[in-house]
Design a protein around this ligand. Structure first.
Ligand SMILES: Nc1ncnc2c1ncn2[C@@H]1O[C@H](COP(=O)(O)OP(=O)(O)OP(=O)(O)O)[C@@H](O)[C@H]1O
Length: 306
């Protein structure tokens, strides 16, 4: 059972935190704004800091700027204002040192590209290779290990485009594992994934967290956030709230984040099933797995899932 939710509290902006503590070895997003060439400011004055050994959910409606923030962290777009530090380094340096791994959204990948599963995972090793990209025994061992960890060894000679959605996600996760980045960004890793695969991915993320990695996970799967995320960043073109899940992932904050996009079912009164206690039940849903609140506490219903 997840710890009861507490009242939302004021979150200290990353820029006000001493960089020697928060985000020093993890992710520091400090007053970042991103303006696209068409003049649209997709993210304004966003700040948060994540230390190693953290899984953080990035939550917001479609168009709230999640992918833009990922692109800024990956160096695909340059902030017009503010700075990103990865393990204390500027983005370009962190990328050169192979510190950041990225698991893309399925839509961002060309699945017709003829490439084998094991080749995709080997791409995670490219940064460790010399100019000629000749895989060493160590590189091959890391690829074998990564495929094994995600349960895709039997599929290694298959074309990536022939796999199911969940299998593709596992392969890209294996690529991130093979890369051995200390920072992993996952863009909607659970979209189109069955509950068994989701549970396997979550178990792997927990292992990585326990090994000291820091993960930022963009997700619409609200119901599972309290199960495995230590921290949450709520985004709506700017950071509405950021911090420990128990403090930030509250009904009030979610309603503020999602506004009319959130479907809210409230049931009051009658006892549920064999539960004798009468209490109110609220179900909040974005577009994937719903989040259930009993009174003001989010219920961890992981035991009821496959
Ligand atoms: N290259 C671009 N040029 C101009 N505007 C863009 C560009 N990319 C995204 N946008 C706009 O920036 C805003 C934020 O988009 P972004 O893709 O970051 O949202 P998101 O939170 O990732 O959405 P989703 O949940 O749908 O993936 C949107 O209004 C989008 O139309």
């Amino acid at each position: 059972m997840h710890a009861p939710m507490t009242a939302p509290r004021t979150i200290v902006a990353a820029s006000e935190m001493p960089t020697t503590v928060a985000g020093r070895d993890g992710i520091l997003v400090d007053r970042v704004s991103v303006t696209y060439p068409n003049g649209l400011t997709a993210v304004r004055d966003a700040s948060f800091a994540l230390d190693p050994g953290t899984i953080c959910a990035l939550v917001g409606v479609n168009g709230s700027g999640k992918s833009t923030l990922f692109k800024a962290i990956m160096g695909f777009v340059r902030p017009s204002v503010g700075r990103v530090r990865l393990a204390g380094l500027p983005v370009e340096t962190a990328l050169k040192r192979n510190i950041v791994a990225y698991v893309p959204q399925s839509e961002d990948v060309d699945w017709n590209f003829p490439v084998l599963v094991e080749d995709v995972v080997m791409m995670g090793r490219y940064g460790h290779m010399n100019l000629f990209r000749i895989a060493s025994r160590e590189d091959r061992r890391k690829v074998d290990e990564a495929l094994e960890r995600v349960g895709m060894t039997a599929f290694r000679k298959r074309q990536i485009g022939e796999l199911s959605g969940g299998q593709k996600k596992r392969v890209f996760l294996a690529r991130a594992l093979a890369q051995e980045g200390r920072i992993i960004l996952l863009d909607e890793p659970f979209t189109g994934v069955d509950v068994t695969t989701e549970a396997a991915i979550v178990a792997l993320l927990r292992e990585l967290r326990d090994a000291g990695q820091v993960m930022l996970v963009s997700t619409h799967d609200l119901g599972s956030v309290p199960d495995y995320c230590d921290q949450v960043v709520l985004l709506d073109r700017t950071v509405l709230a950021a911090g420990p899940t128990a403090a930030v992932f509250t009904r009030a904050n979610l309603e503020r984040t999602f506004g009319g996009a959130l479907r809210n079912f409230s049931l009051g009164g009658p006892a549920l099933h064999e539960d004798a206690e009468r209490r109110s039940l609220t179900v909040l849903t974005d577009d994937e797995r719903p989040l259930v609140f009993y009174g003001d506490s989010a219920r961890d219903d992981s035991e009821t899932r496959g």
